[in-house]
Design a protein around this ligand. Structure first.
Ligand SMILES: Cc1cc2nc3c(=O)[nH]c(=O)nc-3n(C[C@H](O)[C@H](O)[C@H](O)COP(=O)(O)OP(=O)(O)OC[C@H]3O[C@@H](n4cnc5c(N)ncnc54)[C@H](O)[C@@H]3O)c2cc1C
Length: 317
């Protein structure tokens, strides 16, 4: 029987809410099997969290290899499951990790990949919002098993009275997926920053951070500030959507707003233009954010922010 396979991502013993969302979309096309890849002894508790979703069956694989060898091991297990269950599509959360898994999986199984879908129809046609939401496109995979990543919160998860059955699969991870070993992994330490909408100072990062918010966060921590982000950054999965400033994010009006690597699109301005003092750091002197800024620095944020921190620290001492 045909089925849609979804990847039920999880962290710290909790299944991500994206699993129920993917199941809701998958159910439009077929019955839904969820894959849980976990450490030994974890899968029952994780599978139980998929009760009352559209998931009919949980396929669980327990192995130390997922923590040890990361995405390569996950892709190896997933491709073996695809080969044996022959799903009509594989749905994966559109996170940075999910997109990497999707790309690698598509290559392994010879299927087409679509990323960042915001909707999936019963015929597996996807909808994507592109160019910062300026265009909506529809697309379908024409070759092999479609691998589709879906943006978190794209749909409201439907609730059911299902209690999925659980099948434990015995899969051995290929040696070729064990070439890289993760020696250490530490969750990022959050520094008890103030709430975005209440903060007196907000330091925001955009696409110019290229996904590295460390300088933005270091400046925020020095100034006791909250961290904001442009939609380009949140859509890329670089920073949580709860930190998005703008028309479709939060509206902030702090004493000081520092925009780092943010161009100043109208939709971003909508959320921050009432800030008392606006500072912009941008490599492009023509960036529209400079029209709005009280102070502007034309330069690379990775060079400017450390120097600014040093200067502030020197002034304080
Ligand atoms: C309906 C709708 C709603 C939207 N809602 C929002 C919203 O709520 N919030 C929001 O932010 N956007 C929103 N957008 C998206 C918005 O139009 C822009 O696409 C988005 O704000 C761009 O983000 P950005 O400035 O980070 O990226 P870009 O526009 O790509 O700008 C990146 C900037 O970084 C600079 N840069 C690159 N590298 C560096 C570096 N190393 N150092 C310094 N500068 C660098 C570049 O010169 C560039 O100016 C919305 C769009 C639509 C259509």
């Amino acid at each position: 029987m045909s089925n849609v396979l979804i990847l039920a991502d999880h962290d710290s013993g909790k299944v991500a809410k994206t699993a129920a969302e993917l199941a809701t979309l998958g159910k439009r096309a077929s019955s839904v099997n969820a894959v849980i890849l976990s450490a030994p002894g974890q899968s029952d508790a994780l599978a139980a969290q998929l009760a009352n979703t559209e998931v009919e069956k949980v396929l669980s694989v327990e192995s130390d290899d997922f923590a040890k060898h990361g995405i390569a091991a996950m892709v190896d297990a997933l491709s073996q499951i695809v080969a044996t269950t022959n799903p009509v599509a594989v749905l994966i959360p559109s996170t940075a990790r999910g997109k990497e898994i999707a790309g690698r999986l598509a290559v392994r199984i010879g299927g087409g990949v679509i990323t960042d879908a915001v909707d999936v129809a019963s015929n597996l046609q996807t909808t994507q919002s592109v160019f910062g939401g300026s265009f909506t496109v529809t697309a379908s995979v024409k070759t092999g098993t479609p691998v589709i990543t879906v943006r978190p919160s794209a749909v409201e998860a439907s609730s059911t009275s299902n209690s999925p059955t659980v099948e434990k699969l015995s899969i051995s991870i290929a040696d070729s997926a064990k070439l890289v070993t993760i020696s250490e992994s530490k969750p990022a330490v959050k520094g008890g920053r103030p709430e975005l909408t209440e903060a007196k100072i907000v330091i925001s990062g955009g696409r110019g951070t290229n996904g590295d918010f460390s300088q933005v966060e270091a400046m925020a921590d020095l100034l006791g500030a909250a961290v904001g982000a442009s939609r380009a950054a949140t859509d890329a999965g670089w920073y949580p959507h709860t930190h998005q400033v703008g028309q479709t994010g939060k509206t902030v009006s702090p004493q000081l707003y520092v925009a780092c690597g943010i161009s100043g699109a109208i939709q971003h301005r909508a959320g921050m233009q009432t800030s008392k003092t606006i500072v912009a750091i941008n490599k492009d002197p023509e960036a529209p954010i400079f029209d709005l800024a009280d102070f502007g620095v034309v330069g690379d944020l990775f060079a400017v922010l450390p120097q600014a921190r040093e200067a502030i620290a020197a002034k304080r001492s």
